[in-house]
Write a protein that binds this ligand. Structure first.
Ligand code: PMP
Length: 406
């Protein structure tokens, strides 16, 4: 938990939080879509391009060697952040989406056969559904979607019933981006392993809320995006067990990922380079490393602060007449998804914007979840550790004023 002075100090490190939205102070409650960046991350980007820019891995000169060292140091930061056994198990990608596509295209195309099943959940983000549909179409594997309960939680017994000897792969969101519901990933991964399936955990949301420990979860793959953990866009991570990754074929071909290229045949490097064809987002990786090193020591206090904000906001919203919260369970973090009777979510989003309040409205890239809940969309407010109780007050006051207009 942070006190008022600590929160002010944290907020002062994020320049955008003192910006105006029109004439009003910005109240940024769309952290599940992307988080804001602290000055140290902004400075890291600027510093890299002002004094550190060179291509990595192939240069013999000092600047290239330094850029390579900075890139690999960032990989070490990632490994520390998720407690990977070794940095080489952390592959830089464009984000969580590309990381899942990599696993689906590489592992899926190599190992899936007709009749095999991929077990997903109804609460997956489209990024953990569509890549599997693409690979299912090509391999004849079948996608099975485990249901959710009316309160938005995964129906764990139903999920376990759908897990059979045909299940080769499971994809589980650690935390729903649309509802904030948190899944018991460790328990689900263990059950998947018991039937011989591999498990991918989508940590795009969970990585910014609490501690991630891939060894403790014991997952085979874990993915997250840099921009949701206070780093830049265009950079993310695929964690995978070394022996599994090294047995997978390359996802993309090109420079840096090969051992030897010949028209009679090409051989590939081991991880991480095997999956990092071409010039990567070097600056993005370096700045992500800075973001993770900044955020790591704050994680526990951040999660406590967010839990307090969530409790406070939930209590206040529950008192708003006609307001219904989706994902009405204590097993959740940092997100409140809701509708207000008689007002379209888009109208709420547009009106909140006139108060300087940024929330997201719509299906949140989780159409199957919306269908299961019987809605087409919700209003979603999502908190980060720099949000304040005063911002929650401003948000709820604005909602009450909007409600009076309808
Ligand atoms: N999974 C979840 C749970 C997400 O919230 C998101 C981003 N909204 C993604 C995957 C995809 O992340 P990105 O768009 O950064 O690749």
């Amino acid at each position: 938990m942070f006190n008022a002075i600590e929160i002010e100090k944290i907020r002062s490190e994020f320049p955008i939080l003192s910006a105006l939205s029109g004439k009003r102070p910005l109240v940024y409650l769309d952290n599940a879509a992307t988080a804001q960046k602290p000055q140290c991350v902004i400075d890291a980007v600027s510093r890299f391009y002002s004094g550190g820019n060179a291509n990595i891995h192939r240069g013999l000169y000092r600047l290239s060697a330094e850029a390579t060292a900075a890139f690999e140091r960032a990989r070490e930061s990632v490994a520390r952040f998720i407690n990977a056994r070794e940095p080489r198990e952390c592959i830089f990608t464009r984000g969580a989406t590309e990381a899942i596509n990599l696993v689906a295209a590489s592992w899926g195309m190599k190992y899936l056969r007709e009749g095999d099943e991929i077990l997903l959940t109804q609460m997956e983000h489209h990024a953990d559904i569509v890549p599997w549909q693409l690979v299912a179409e090509r391999t004849g594997a079948k996608i099975v979607a485990a249901p959710i309960l009316p309160n938005g939680e995964l129906d764990v017994p139903a999920w376990k019933n759908l897990l059979t000897e045909r299940t080769r792969f499971v994809g589980i969101s650690a935390m729903s981006n649309a509802l904030g519901v948190v899944n018991p990933v460790k328990e689900l991964v263990a059950a998947a392993h018991a039937v011989g399936a591999l498990a991918l955990v989508d940590g795009a949301q969970s990585a910014a809320h609490g501690i991630t420990d891939v060894r403790e979860i014991d997952c085979d793959f874990f993915v997250f995006s840099g921009h949701k953990v206070f780093g830049p866009t265009g950079i993310g991570v695929l964690y995978g067990r070394a022996e599994i990754l090294n047995a997978m074929p390359p996802y993309q071909g090109g420079g840096d990922m090969i051992e030897k290229v010949d028209f009679s045949g090409t051989t590939f490097r081991e991880i991480p380079e095997r999956f990092e064809a071409g010039t990567p987002n070097i600056c993005g990786a370096v700045a992500l490393g800075v973001a993770l090193d900044y955020f790591s020591p704050l994680r526990l206090a951040a999660a406590e602060h967010e839990a307090a904000l969530l409790r406070y906001a939930t209590e206040k919203l529950t008192a708003v007449p006609g307001l219904k919260i989706f994902g009405d369970t204590p097993n959740k973090a940092s997100v409140i998804s809701f509708q207000i009777e008689g007002i379209h979510p888009s109208d709420i989003g547009t009106m909140l914007d006139t108060y300087g309040i940024a929330v997201r409205v719509g299906h949140h890239c989780a159409m199957p979840l919306m269908k299961a809940l019987g809605v087409t969309g919700t209003v979603r407010a999502s908190f980060a550790f720099y949000n304040t109780f005063a911002e929650v007050d401003a948000f709820v006051d604005a909602l009450l004023r909007i409600q009076k207009m309808f």
